[in-house]
Design a protein around this ligand. Structure first.
Ligand code: FES
Length: 127
């Protein structure tokens, strides 16, 4: 299998190596993540301060979850953090599975992720 510089994203050092199954012809596939990865299975309970600026990690690669540490620049360049400033001091649940439809807040989507993982685990036991 051969590798080449990514032609999809200018300046990207990642390679693509995806041959089509039948012909072996290489197709362009970026190896960098364009989809978020779950940082945890359950949301983060966080106390936010009024007027403070936050950047919620949307890609899941940050080591400072649930907040952005800049890891998206190299690991998921197509994903940007969600910046927000709360109006008041409050405790909130910030999404950790990165599947929420109400970013940066938890909307319960992690339950679907947990269910999907449980189904996968059961299916792998049955095989
Ligand atoms: S590190 Fe995940 S959005 Fe910045």
């Amino acid at each position: 299998m051969s590798a080449a510089m990514c032609a999809l994203r200018r300046g990207c050092a990642q390679t693509f190596r995806r041959p089509l199954p039948a012909s072996g012809t290489l197709v362009q596939t970026c190896l960098q993540s364009s989809q978020p990865v779950p940082a945890a299975r359950l949301p983060y309970r966080v106390k936010l301060s009024a007027g403070k600026k936050y950047a919620w990690c949307a890609c899941g690669h940050s080591k400072k979850q649930p907040f952005c540490d800049g890891a998206h620049v190299t690991k998921a360049p197509g994903i940007s953090p969600v910046r927000f400033t709360p109006d008041s001091d409050k405790k909130v649940l910030l999404c950790a599975c990165k599947q929420t439809g109400n970013a940066p807040f938890c909307d319960g989507s992690h339950l679907k992720v947990l269910l999907r993982d449980a189904v996968k685990a059961v299916r792998s036991l049955v095989k």
